[in-house]
Ligand binder design. Structure first.
Ligand code: DAS
Length: 356
């Protein structure tokens, strides 16, 4: 009886003019528009044979890469733009600014519904985090790459790209911050990092875990990205030609202060300490930090340790350098660069690290 009633109600609903148009729209709805910005990396890599491990990154064009992925054109109306074709260890500030400008133009003029960036894996987390803090829109931006060259047996790039386009095409992906898709996992740009040098399962988010998972071309989200990002970010880099020079100093047993003092004497505006343990360092480094702070260099304490971050309850130091909380050194550097476009005040920098 219930079935008959629900069928009758559906027939009544579909007989109404407005529902027919809605229903018809859904049937004939045009595909989402996705732009793929290509920068290079292993996903564009080529090896001498399908089984050789070594390869050259940044060889194939984005049109060749798209053509190598069956069914990807069914997901969205695709447009590929070749921004660069480099190994991402050679990433440059000008490419970051060009990516930002391209995405801002595409979204501000409603020229697409989502953006995918193909990128080398070595610095993918950094480009993703930079865009997570500066692309002030809600539409999805998804980065992906590969750990095996495009010409390799069981290359992982084609399916990573398929997943990235599927994620960027899905309205449910909006307002989640910049994301990274690798090996079926969806990661937040906020906490993803590369944790294996060569394995195809190379990314994780220590202490946070993946944001979700791609299955059959659809995202299953486990959690939200709780830090401030994208459309809620204060960082406006429109018109910025270069970012404040910010370097990283790695701490280790009986580390000298040669590197940090050289950076202090250079034109650096900021330094991140990749400290041992809970953001610790020896007396040599401590003296150099004091010297840097007295010369107006902004210094933030992070840690070389993969998980746990650095909070203010650190060992007794008389130094007032802000801490990075859960930002690893390479991400703390990006946040400090952007913070320095707005302030040099220690307390304000610390507040920014607590929010982003
Ligand atoms: N060197 C690596 C890079 O371009 C290759 C890769 O994994 O994409 O980041």
């Amino acid at each position: 009886m219930k079935k008959i009633i629900s069928r009758l109600l559906l027939l009544v609903f579909l007989s109404l003019p407005f529902s027919r148009s809605i229903y018809a729209d859904q049937l004939t709805q045009s595909k989402p528009r996705v732009v793929i910005l290509a920068t290079g990396g292993t996903i564009a890599g080529s090896a001498a044979s399908a089984t050789q491990a070594s390869y050259r990154p940044g060889v194939l064009s984005i049109s060749q890469i798209i053509a190598s992925v069956p069914d990807i054109e069914k997901l969205a109306d695709l447009k590929g733009i070749q921004i660069s074709n480099i190994a991402s260890q050679d990433m440059e500030e000008r490419i970051w600014l060009e990516l930002w400008k391209s995405i801002d133009h595409l979204f501000s003029n409603d020229l697409c519904d989502g953006v995918v960036i193909t990128h080398g894996t070595d610095t993918m987390e950094e480009t993703a985090y930079f865009l997570n803090l500066t692309v002030r829109h809600t539409k999805p931006v998804v980065l992906t790459g590969a750990m095996r060259a495009a010409t390799s047996l069981s290359a992982d790039g084609p399916f990573n790209l398929y997943n990235a386009v599927a994620l960027a095409s899905n309205p449910i992906s909006a307002n989640r911050g910049v994301m990274v898709v690798m090996n079926d996992y969806i990661f937040s740009a906020n906490d993803v990092t590369k944790t294996h040098t060569v394995n195809s399962d190379a990314f994780s988010a220590p202490g946070f875990g993946a944001m979700g998972y791609m299955r059959d071309g659809a995202p299953q989200f486990y959690r939200e990205n709780s830090n401030t990002h994208t459309s809620s970010s204060v960082f406006d880099i429109n018109g910025v030609k270069s970012l404040p020079v910010t370097e990283i100093v790695y701490a280790y047993a009986f580390s000298s202060a040669v590197a940090i003092n050289a950076i202090i004497d250079s034109n650096a505006k900021g330094i991140v300490i990749a400290g041992v343990g809970h953001g610790n360092y020896n007396k040599e480094i401590s003296k150099a930090i004091e010297r840097g702070l007295s010369r107006g260099v902004a210094i933030v304490r992070s840690s070389r340790v993969a998980e746990g971050g650095v909070d203010l309850a650190a060992e007794n130091y008389d130094i007032k350098a802000p801490v990075s909380f859960n930002k690893n050194p390479q991400k703390a550097r990006i946040l400090l660069m952007l913070a320095l476009t707005r302030t040099k005040d220690c307390a304000e920098i610390q507040r920014i690290f607590a929010e982003y």
